[in-house]
Design a protein around this ligand. Sequence first.
Ligand SMILES: *Cc1c(COP(=O)(O)O)cnc(C)c1O
Length: 512
Amino acid sequence: MEPNIGTIIQEQPQVQYDLWKAAFGFGEHGQRSNVLPSPEALIRARNSLPETLAETGVGFKAIQTHILNDIVPATNAGSISPNYYGFVTGGVTPAALFADNVVSAYDQNVQVHLPAHSIVTELEYNTLGLLADLLYLNRKDWQNGTFTTGATASNILGLACGREFTVRTACERSGCPIRSVGESGLFETLQASGLSGVQVLSTLPHSSIGKAAGVLGIGRANIKNIVCASKGNPLSFDMDKLETELSNSNKASIVAISCGEVNTGRFATAGVDEMQAIRNLCDKYGAWLHVDGAFGIFGRVFLEDEDSSEFASIRKGCEGIELADSIAGDAHKLLNVPYDCGFFLCRRPDVAGNVFQNANAAYLRVSGDTEGPSIPSPLNIGIENSRRFRALPVYASLLSYGRKGYREMLQRQTRLARMISEWLFDHPAYIVLPEFENKEALLDTTYMTVLFRAKQDELNRELTAKINTMSQMFVSGTSWQGQPACRIAISNWRVDEKDFALVTAVLENAAA
Ligand SMILES: *Cc1c(COP(=O)(O)O)cnc(C)c1O
């Protein structure tokens, strides 16, 4: 018998929830364990994978049993456990989970804006507006963009728009007749304008900026770190060096701001004045200003509490972002919706249109006689033509929590990170990174990430493994200034300050 779609949609979230509970034993605080699957579960799953595709299928019931019994127990608790602090995984709110199941069940293709056929493009556009509201960005400027597979894709979109804009600007300034890289190609446009290439100027950019440079023909070697080593902030721009690089007339430039650096959780800029100074330089030299705000940009939910000093440095770190040309963000991190979901916002829709237009496909054109608002078709703003209805889980979760719900979530995450930082700072076996002389300055600038190492080299080398084999919580291993380091990223919606006890017990144990 074929399963009933209605029943699957209604029951699936509960089924998933029960499964996760069974697999990971979470529920009450303190009794969670096993953020990683057991070795036995992994072996069982591995052995259950077929060697070839059988001629005759096993049917729905059998495949359901296989997935629930063999595969699910061999997955990690990444999104499910609030004590999985690896990477920046976020989690999945109940509203987002429900919506995501609806997305799969109704399988809408968000591609061409056809207002008489489906609400999906309008809802997606509406969700861009809700995101702008959440982030205190003016809808008039920022309700343009698209939903992507994640911040990597959003960074590719941002650098692609930057490449289009900055090369075109250089072309115009040198009197060359070519008007679009998207149309004429990078090579011909560079040649005609007398440029030797495009460069990306940043401070400690995320690795995905390098990936974007590789994909877009900019080249990873053309990413330049403009860090000012002498200042307290490991991410500050050296403004003189920035201007020297921008004034290099051989290269068209994109400036990429790390609005939340993945290791330290720190910000490249500290207030609207710094952003304005960078904006002015970009205008002077025809550069594009892109912000990688994958998780950092959500610090803007603190813009509301202007009087509170508790989150002042976070607020400063994402102030002035509205001066950028494009913004990359992740929804599957701090918004706590399922993978694959990121967003790309762009203040210059004409530029994105030049890059991504799906030209010359007559059957994809929208007829002018349909009712409803006019919205650019998503296929002219992003990479894909056909894709899933990515906005719905974001829409559901934003409406379900509101700005206040998300602000409170981030408060709990940041407070827990600061409690752990303080504990580590005072602990004889550990060093919090980047190193601060002054505990207060360390705590004031701590967002939802804690980077640390063991003082003793031998312990430090095995620290990540030692922590993770206890399977009580999971931390990422990384490196900081050439040394191994551990990172705790607190990004799950179910975060609880009570987890401080669990985290410090594990860290105490690891140091013993
Ligand atoms: C996570 C992250 C990315 C990449 O995001 P994906 O969702 O993994 O594609 C880019 N930039 C920063 C700062 C990040 O933290």
